[in-house]
Each structure stands twice: as structure tokens, then as C-alpha cells.
Design a protein around this ligand. Structure first.
Ligand code: AHR
Length: 666
């Protein structure tokens, strides 16, 4: 009776004009029960998935500008152009000290014989060019060892026409230390999108060079040898609840030799043994023969990144299985121990105090404070009984030692089918903490699955929606676009994730980054070249969810049902106890404007104005680009609240995603 009365008052006072019929129509009501939140939203709800794919790390967030700096690619001089060698002025020869230095055996020996400008030189092409900013300081460094003489290094930045736009001089010192690092810094005089680095030699002498490196001054937090600040800022702006790293299939490796091994990613950069990146050769249609993992960014740096941006670290480790799309190699069960030990040691590395073996390693690397790791993934897209068998060993050992550690477990590659059903059943029987679901599907799938989690059990294992993205064409198609249709379908789907935060504790779009000249997989959340970065419409959807996360789910209904596709509308509501705000998210995937009255039940008083953040575009194919980076991007406006009726009228633009925040007053 009371409900009926509220409805009739609201309907009579908040009548709107139907824009198409031109008549006064009572707009349908969305009721939000503010008084009784139905579930907690975990602080980890919206996060990011990072993998070194599409030049995500090397050539991406790792700000190193020199490709193949240690001459360890299959072809030792790949990325380098040698000029003037084997002439009277001297020679440049690749040396290999495999017996002495297994992690970084190669270097180059320069023999300069009265060399001068225009003679003996090495030029590096960078990662599809080097992005150079005018007036910025660049830090060149090299490991060197003088054999004889006193040849000098001239370090020049070149523009696309090979004109010098910055230079420094370095004279390798003859010391009894042998190999040692030297550096020189200088400023560029002009900007260039496709720059190069040329090192030319002057004078006479024999000098050995390795780890020829160039970093810009403006790295994230100004850390020498650090990350690209513009890319990391995009992540920081999202305020992600977690960062999953280092992948992805890269964790599994093409074969077990090429799996990701975190212990090999610590310490001096020159001791981190490079391996081929599996995305180098994964797709015949997008080959990247110059794609390797230098591990210049290693686990310490990933943990540090998480700390910097206030995200929970979520490392994923190999479970004793190589990628099942590739070799599908298995570690025999009686040889699994080192893999399990890697996981146990990682927890100690992250959390142990400095008196522990691995806690001390962390402290010696400059981070005595523990990282407070709470989540750990075992296996990426692994499946079958072989996975369950191996996972059970990890689970037992880790839980015995660290009962509070929450383990993320794989449900394979797809969100349905035999493989999924088998794993989902087994994992729930095993009381898995979090089940990692992946869905690379068409936009229609995302709309049809907005209620996917409504029927999931509220008790038992939680879901980590660990990798997903709407595919405008199909998975691994080069034609997939980060268009508005895909982003809007994701926004609609995510209302279902939020509504079911009791079940879904973590979610991340994948992949995260792509280099416009070096990608293998599309779509991707953020696109970069060597100087620029832009967020896709999908990025703005993810960001809007993340920065408007709230702390509790509120029940939102239209005619007593969740709004999950009726009239092509999808909605969810959250409460933010930190700010006392109701947060409403509504996706209108139809091509017509629609009006809804939002009735906030159970509140005493509301602020007179709320904030509406609107993401919209009439064109489903609309995309962002370097030239038009904010084509589809959020716009904010004030929205009036009817404080008397504790309601507001929301006009949902065609093909739009709206986020509304309304403050509840005491
Ligand atoms: O995100 C790209 C790839 O998709 C990941 O590496 C893998 O886990 C999935 O198949």
C-alpha cells in the first residue's frame, strides 16, 4: 500500500515528456533501497591486468629506449646498424663469454684506429623508433671495459633525417675494475617521433661495450631506469584495486624453459637473463621478431608499482604447465617442488621480515618494508585434470604455511563448455578462493550475460573476472576495434558484476597496453606510441567504474526486478560509505533517449544537486585515436535532485553510459 502511494506521488510529480511521442508519460521508476545494502564491494573489485604483450613492458612501460641493449637477441646485432666496421678505421665484433657470464654472455668489442666522425659507429633504431622530447634530459649509460688506448664515445640523438638533436661524449676509463658502468647525460634540442641513437667512436683504442642504454629523465617518479610516466599515470588515474602481473600466457611460456621465473627478474639489470617473448612468434599474421623479455622490469618493480598506485599486487605464477595452446609441456608430479617453492618463496619475498631469507633479498634490493601480498595466482589459462592435480599441491603447501593467502585458480580459456564446467566444479569442491574466468566474446555476449552472476552461489568460491574484452570481430582477429559498441556492452555487463559483488570480488579488462607499431593482439585498453598515449572508450568505462566503486551494493529494481536488459537498459547501484553517496550506473544501449525516475528509498535527506558523468556517442563504430584522444570520453554535469520526493529524473541519452552520484545528508 505504502509502496503504491510512493509510486503514485513520484509518478505524478516527476512526469516527463516522452521525446518521441511528445506526450506526458509517467516515466518508469528505478527504486534504490539505500537503507539496506545487500553486499560489500571489495576494494579489489576493479583492477588492471598487465602482460608484456603488444610491447607492453619492453618498448612500453619500461622506459628503456635502446632495443637489444645487451646483444642477446637471437641475432646479436638486431636493432643495430654497424657502420665503418672492417675498414681502416676499425672494427665492431660481437664477443661471447658464455662460460663466464651465462645470463648475459654477449658484448661488442670496438677496435678504433684513428677513427673520426662519419667513420666507425653503432646506431640503434629503438622500439620502432625512439620518441624524443625537445629540451628533455636523456641519460646514456654503458658497461665498458678498456682493453687499450683511449677511444672516445660520441653519443648522438638523431631525428628521422639523421640530423643530430642532442649529444654527449663519454670516455671509457681504464681501471683495474674491468667492466664498469659509465654514463653521460645531455639534453635534446628538438622533438622526434622516430628518433635513433648513434654511438660513434673517435681516436684509437680497443674497448668492450655492453648494456648500451638510454632513458629519458621524465620517468615515473623520476626513478632512474624506470617506467614511462605517461603510461603509468593512465593506470594511476584509474585508481585500480589491484594489478595482475606478469600475464597472461607469458606466465606459462611457449615451453617450460620460456616460462616466467620471477627469481630471474631481480637485481642488476645486466644479470637478468633475457628470453624470447612468446608473442614474438605466436601469431604468424603479426610477427614480432624483435620482441624479447629483458626483465628490466622485474617483480620488485611490479610490486613497487602496485605500492605507488595503491593497488593490491596479484602475481600469477606458473603451475608446472606450459601454454596448452603451444607445447603443453607438463612438469612431472615428482618434479613439481621447485615450482611450489617459487610460490612459497615469493610470499616470503613480498611479506617476510628482513630476518627471513627472501625478506632480506627484498631489503637488500632497497625495499625493507613488506608489500603485504594477499593474493597469488597459480596458473594462467591452464585446464584439465593435470591442472587440478598440480594446483592441489600448491594449495596444500601454501595454505599450510600461509592460510590467509587467497589463491586465484584458473577456469581455463572460456566461460562455458566442458572444460569450464569440469574446472568450475572441481575448483568449487576444492574450496578455491577465487576462480579466474576469461571471456573474449562479441558485444552481444556481454549484453546477454549481464545476469550471468545473478544465479551464482553466494557461498563458497568467489569469482575473479580476470581477462575479458568485447571483440568487435572475433578473438585474435586483427580487425577487432576498441569501439564504442564494445565499450558500451562492457559497461552494461559490468552492472551485473557490480550487482553481484557478493560473488565477483575482482575484475580486469585485458590486455592493458598496445603499441601502435608493435601490437600482436587487439582490442586493448590503452594505446601508445613512443611519445603519446590515449585511452580507448573501454578505458573510460573501466575508469568510471573504478573511481566510482563505492563500498556496498544497493538493491536497484524496476518493477521488482534487476534492470538487466529491459528496454535495452542495464543498471546497478552502490553506496559509498566514505562519502555518504549513492552511486548509480546506467547503460542505455538503445538508440533512443529514455527517462527513468530514480527513487532513493530509505534516506532522510538528500543534497539538492548530484553529479552526472556521461559517456556517450551516437556512432557505435566511434573510436579514440592519437589525433582525437577524447572523442569518446566522459563529460560531467550537475543534476538536480528533488529533495522533497528523494528522487531524480534521469534522461538517458541514446547509446550512453551514465554515472550519477548523489549525496545523502544526515
Ligand atoms: O590477453 C591476451 C591473452 O589472452 C593472455 O595472455 C591469455 O591469458 C589469454 O588467452
Amino acid at each position: 500500500m505504502l509502496q503504491k502511494k510512493i509510486f503514485s506521488i513520484a509518478a505524478s510529480l516527476l512526469v516527463t515528456i516522452n521525446p518521441f511521442l511528445g506526450q506526458a508519460q509517467p516515466a518508469p521508476i528505478l527504486r534504490v533501497n539505500v537503507a539496506q545494502p545487500i553486499a560489500d564491494i571489495q576494494p579489489t573489485m576493479w583492477g588492471v591486468f598487465f602482460e608484456d604483450i603488444n610491447f607492453g613492458a619492453d618498448g612500453g612501460i619500461y622506459a628503456e629506449m635502446v632495443k637489444n641493449r645487451s646483444f642477446e637477441f637471437f641475432k646479436p646485432l638486431m636493432g643495430w646498424k654497424v657502420e665503418g666496421s672492417k675498414r681502416t678505421e676499425g672494427d665492431i665484433l660481437v664477443q661471447n663469454r658464455q662460460d663466464k657470464q651465462t645470463s648475459n654472455p654477449r658484448y661488442v668489442r670496438i677496435t678504433a684506429n684513428n677513427a673520426s666522425q662519419g667513420g666507425l659507429s653503432l646506431t640503434n633504431e629503438g622500439f620502432r623508433g625512439m620518441g624524443i622530447k625537445s629540451g628533455l634530459r636523456y641519460d646514456f649509460s654503458v658497461l665498458c671495459r678498456v682493453q687499450s688506448g683511449n677511444a672516445k664515445l660520441h653519443v648522438d640523438l638523431l631525428n628521422a633525417k639523421d640530423e643530430v638533436i642532442g649529444s654527449g661524449i663519454l670516455t671509457p676509463e681504464q681501471t683495474d675494475k674491468g667492466w664498469h658502468k659509465q654514463q653521460v647525460s645531455f639534453k635534446s634540442t628538438a622533438g622526434e617521433q622516430k628518433g635513433k641513437l648513434r654511438v660513434w667512436f673517435e681516436g684509437t683504442g680497443v674497448v668492450d661495450l655492453d648494456m648500451i642504454s638510454l632513458f629519458p629523465e621524465d620517468t615515473w617518479k623520476g626513478r632512474p631506469g624506470g617506467m614511462r610516466a605517461d603510461m603509468i599515470q593512465m593506470l594511476a588515474d584509474m585508481k585500480p584495486g589491484f594489478v595482475r602481473f606478469p600475464g597472461g600466457c607469458i606466465v606459462e611460456g611457449y615451453d617450460l624453459d620460456q616460462r616466467y621465473q620471477w627469481k630471474k627478474t631481480l637485481g642488476p639489470a645486466e644479470d637478468r637473463q633475457l628470453i624470447i617473448n612468446r608473442w614474438n612468434f605466436e601469431f604468424g599474421h603479426r610477427p614480432a621478431p624483435d620482441y624479447f623479455q629483458t626483465f628490466g622490469l622485474g617483480f620488485l618493480e611490479y610490486f613497487q608499482l602496485c605500492e605507488d598506485i595503491g593497488a593490491e599486487p596479484l602475481p600469477i605464477l606458473n603451475c608446472g604447465m606450459a601454454c596448452q595452446f603451444n607445447t603443453a609441456e607438463l612438469v612431472p608430479m615428482d618434479q613439481l617442488d621447485p615450482y611450489v617453492q617459487d610460490a612459497v618463496d615469493l610470499i616470503e619475498f613480498a611479506n617476510g621480515d628482513v630476518s627471513t631469507k627472501w625478506g632480506k633479498v627484498r631489503a637488500d634490493l632497497g625495499h625493507p618494508k613488506p608489500f603485504n601480498l594477499k593474493f597469488l595466482g597459480v596458473g594462467n589459462e591452464n585446464w584439465g585434470p593435470q591442472y587440478i592435480e598440480r594446483l592441489a599441491v600448491f594449495q596444500k603447501v601454501i595454505k599450510d604455511k600461509y592460510p590467509a593467502m587467497r589463491l586465484v585458480c584458473s577456469s581455463g580459456t572460456d566461460p562455458n563448455g566442458e572444460r569450464f564446467d569440469f574446472l568450475n566444479g572441481k575448483l568449487r569442491d576444492m574450496k578455491a578462493d577465487l576462480i579466474d574466468e576469461h571471456y573474449y566474446r562479441r558485444p552481444e555476449w556481454f549484453l546477454q550475460n549481464a545476469s550471468r552472476y545473478d544465479s551464482y552461489p553466494r557461498k563458497g568460491s568467489k569469482v575473479f573476472a580476470g581477462e575479458w574484452a568485447a571483440q568487435s570481430d572475433k578473438t585474435v582477429s586483427v580487425d577487432n576495434k576498441n569501439n564504442w559498441q564494445c565499450a558500451l556492452s562492457e559497461a552494461a555487463f559490468m552492472t551485473g558484476l557490480e550487482r553481484n559483488a557478493a560473488v565477483v570480488n575482482m575484475a580486469s579488462y585485458a590486455p592493458l597496453f598496445a603499441h601502435a607499431d608493435g601490437w600482436q593482439w587487439t582490442p586493448d585498453l590503452i594505446w601508445v606510441d613512443n611519445l603519446r598515449v590515449y585511452g580507448t572508450p573501454n578505458y573510460y568505462v573501466q575508469k568510471l567504474y573504478s573511481i566510482n566503486k563505492g563500498t556496498n551494493v544497493l538493491n536497484l529494481t524496476q518493477e521488482n526486478s534487476p534492470l538487466a536488459g529491459q528496454d535495452s537498459l542495464y543498471a546497478s547501484a552502490a553506496w559509498d560509505k566514505a562519502t555518504n553517496e549513492v552511486i548509480l550506473k546506467v547503460a542505455n544501449v538503445s538508440n533512443k533517449a529514455q527517462v527513468r525516475i530514480i527513487q532513493l528509498d530509505g534516506v532522510k535527506k538528500l543534497a539538492a544537486n548530484g553529479k552526472l558523468t556521461l559517456l556517450k556517442n551516437n556512432v557505435l563504430d566511434a573510436v579514440n585515436s592519437f589525433e582525437n584522444a577524447t572523442n569518446v570520453s566522459p563529460v560531467e554535469q550537475q543534476i538536480a535532485v528533488d529533495v522533497k520526493k528523494k528522487a531524480l529524473s534521469l534522461t538517458l541519452a541514446p547509446r550512453s553510459f551514465s554515472v550519477v552520484r548523489v549525496k545523502v545528508l544526515p
